[in-house]
Design a protein around this ligand. Structure first.
Ligand SMILES: C[S@@+](CC[C@H](N)C(=O)[O-])C[C@H]1O[C@@H](n2cnc3c(N)ncnc32)[C@H](O)[C@@H]1O
Length: 270
């Protein structure tokens, strides 16, 4: 009987650079419990096919789909296996990604190891997130390009630039969107759809899933409304609490909202 190899030993066979980048142990910690499932896995960026071959050996029952902007010689790279499928196109080309989605419907795992340009990483996420299954994982490698202006990143404005690191940092607020005590809050398309985002050195793992637990602190993004409800349920003095929460507290919130709006406009952070 052949010995079951762990991810690192398989990656060593194919000389995958995911070992020297320190990615393999992160991957293994997520993948070892699902390796025997029948999954659909998409990797953006094929190059010599080392990672596709690694996934193909590791996830024996899964389909491994690779996409690359360049033509890949399947025979030369030894990718002509039953569980590997290769397509040519760009990760940020809407119609190409739509064709991929219409062929495979949904993916359990999506790995972005493509151009590593900020605009492409964000665009592919936007295009592919709807095709990620619930409980599915979206992984982005080589996040260091976010700190490099030659890749469309921004090393000079770490907090407010349009880098893909900031894109994923901002998604962490989507985990807690219910708690945002801003009655003027406008729902984001990722609110309620992400259950975990984990950052590692140069790598992000994001888990899709339903996250619609109600806040215990605010009602419809309003702390005042929650307090008003709580207090009037406990005591009958509606008038006093109406003045306090619906007028005084609401006015205070409105002033803070306007102050922050003006500040964001002046600082061009709209
Ligand atoms: C780092 S290599 C992939 C390595 C491979 N995943 C591995 O671990 O063995 C990046 C690949 O992304 C491809 N690429 C670059 N821009 C792309 C784009 N816009 N869409 C799809 N693939 C792209 C390149 O052609 C290159 O083959």
């Amino acid at each position: 009987m052949s010995e079951i190899k762990n991810l690192k030993s398989i990656a060593e066979i194919y000389k995958s650079d995911k070992i020297e980048h320190g990615y393999i142990q992160n991957y293994e910690s997520y993948f070892e419990k699902i390796r025997d499932e029948k999954l659909k896995i998409l990797e953006i960026g094929i190059a010599d096919g080392k990672s596709l071959l690694t996934w193909s050996d590791y996830f024996k029952k899964s389909i491994i789909v690779g996409i690359d902007i360049h033509k890949i010689d399947i025979a030369e790279k030894k990718l002509d296996r039953n569980n590997i499928e290769v397509h040519r196109g760009s990760q940020s080309d809407k119609s190409f990604i739509e064709e991929i989605i219409s062929k495979y419907k949904e993916f359990d795992i999506i790995i972005d190891d493509g151009s590593h340009l900020s605009k492409d990483v964000k665009k592919s996420f936007e295009l592919l997130f709807p095709a990620l299954k619930d409980n599915g994982l979206y992984i982005v490698e080589d996040m260091q390009t976010s700190y490099n202006h030659f890749f469309g990143g921004n090393p000079f404005d770490l907090k407010y630039s349009n880098s893909h690191m900031n894109f994923f940092k901002n998604l962490t607020d989507r985990l807690n969107y219910q708690e945002i005590a801003n009655p003027f809050y406008i729902k984001n398309k990722y609110d309620g759809k992400i259950t975990n985002i984990s950052f590692y050195h140069n790598m992000v793992f994001l888990k899709k899933g339903e996250n619609n637990q109600l806040s215990s602190e605010v009602i419809n993004h309003s702390y005042e409304n929650m307090k008003f409800k709580e207090k009037t349920n406990r005591s009958g003095n509606h008038f006093r609490y109406f003045i306090k929460y619906k007028i005084f507290y609401k006015f205070f919130t409105l002033i803070l909202y306007i102050y922050n709006l003006v500040k964001r406009i002046i600082l061009l952070r709209i």
